[in-house]
Design a protein around this ligand. Structure first.
Ligand code: ADP
Ligand code: MG
Length: 256
């Protein structure tokens, strides 16, 4: 069982100044699992997935991704923080898709996608471009490789961002509210790409307010509030029969 854990967070604590924003987080996500993370604004959802990607350092506990300790190495029985370069390498199994796409505005779609494979993964330009074309076809944008981000709709930009994340061949894909910045009519095209990734067995942790999508796609649903994991269950059970008053209030407010 443990060998197949893609993510293992154990007693993770994170503070900003005096404020504890993650308390005692224990979370395991298996290879091939889709885990959706929901909860009110300020619950710590973004911070949690940023810690997994080592965009934030934790103050206690440990995080393993694909069996590797995130941000630290064990040397002669003691933990040492990784250098920036080592951290970059250890981040290679994970890719993240952000709410605001974070595409490079001065680079074309193709250049956005091949940047990291060429410079971080040291792929040849030809190989990176061939892979990028495959990925663009997968997200339904095969004819847009020469476009610039400003020429694309929000839904198209987010699909490019997903292709760019996949270009790193990540074992784990993290999404932070990938459809929250989109006009309602563009949400579906992004969710549909994510749904197909789920069907292909991509391990994903998705912070989302799209409860219908979470119900359909997630293997596990996690409800967070005030820096804690309050409940974790199958989406059907958690959405329909939340145990805690906090989860009940949350699902009532967003489902009405
Ligand atoms: P969520 O994504 O669930 O809305 P966040 O993880 O963004 O929550 O934030 C959790 C808490 O941590 C919030 O109170 C937020 O204000 C605080 N926080 C987030 N990032 C920082 C930061 N860089 N510095 C200080 N406080 C932060
Ligand atoms: Mg957030």
């Amino acid at each position: 069982m443990q060998a197949a854990s893609m993510v293992r967070m154990s007693q993770v604590h994170k503070r900003f100044g005096m404020r504890e924003v993650l308390s005692d987080i224990d979370l395991s996500v298996q290879a091939g699992e889709v885990c959706c993370l929901v909860g009110p604004s300020g619950a710590g959802k973004s911070t949690l997935i940023r810690c997994i990607n080592y965009l934030e350092k934790i103050d206690g506990g440990s995080i393993h991704v694909n069996g590797q300790l995130v941000g630290y190495k064990l040397h002669k029985g003691r933990l040492h923080e990784l250098s920036e370069r080592e951290a970059g390498r250890s981040r290679a199994d994970t890719a993240m898709v952000f709410q605001h796409f974070n595409l490079f505005p001065h680079l074309s779609v193709m250049e956005n996608i091949v940047e990291a494979p060429i410079h971080v993964r040291k792929e040849s330009r030809a190989a990176a471009q061939a892979h990028a074309r495959e990925l663009l076809a997968r997200v339904g944008l095969e004819d847009r490789e020469k476009a610039y981000p400003r020429e694309l709709s929000g839904g198209q930009k987010q699909r490019v961002a997903i292709a760019r994340a996949l270009a790193m061949r990540p074992k784990l894909l993290l999404f932070d509210e990938p459809t929250s910045a989109l006009d309602p009519e563009l949400v579906g095209e992004v969710l549909s790409v994510m749904r197909s990734l789920a069907q292909e067995g991509q391990t994903m942790i998705i912070v989302t307010h799209e409860i219908g999508f979470a119900r359909e796609v997630a293997d596990t649903l996690v409800f967070m509030d005030q820096g804690k994991i309050v409940e974790r269950d199958t989406p059907a059970r958690l959405i329909d029969r939340p145990q805690s008053a906090r989860a009940q209030a949350f699902f009532n407010s967003i489902l009405k």
